[in-house]
Design a binder for this molecule. Structure first.
Ligand SMILES: [Zn+2]
Length: 103
């Protein structure tokens, strides 16, 4: 598929808070993605938010505070970032490919 970005494009060159409610990622190919932070929290694909076997979502959106925000963002190898959230959730890993898809 020609619109599928290649692996090199899937590396962020910059990740920054864009005001209190948004996170912005600039990609190696110049594309910029902007995320509402609570949407990112709800999109968490970790084992405690999504059932590993059925793919069923376990996360109750009503249990996530409206003002949830990242408290720490760390790179995970060369393929993902880990976000520690203000609601105490610290197991969320966001692969770059997934971020690019939902951006
Ligand atoms: Zn999670």
């Amino acid at each position: 598929m020609s619109s599928d970005p290649g692996p090199a494009a899937l590396m962020p060159t910059a990740i920054r808070q864009d005001g209190p409610r948004h996170l912005a990622i600039t990609w190696a190919d110049g594309h910029e993605s902007r995320y509402e932070v609570r949407t990112l929290r709800l999109a968490c694909g970790c084992a405690s938010c999504v059932d590993e076997w059925s793919g069923e979502e376990r996360l109750d959106p009503d249990a996530v505070p409206q003002d949830v925000h990242p408290v720490k963002i760390e790179p995970v190898g060369r393929y993902a970032i880990q976000i520690d959230w203000s609601d105490g959730h610290t197991t969320g890993i966001y692969p770059f490919r997934r971020l690019r898809e939902i951006g």
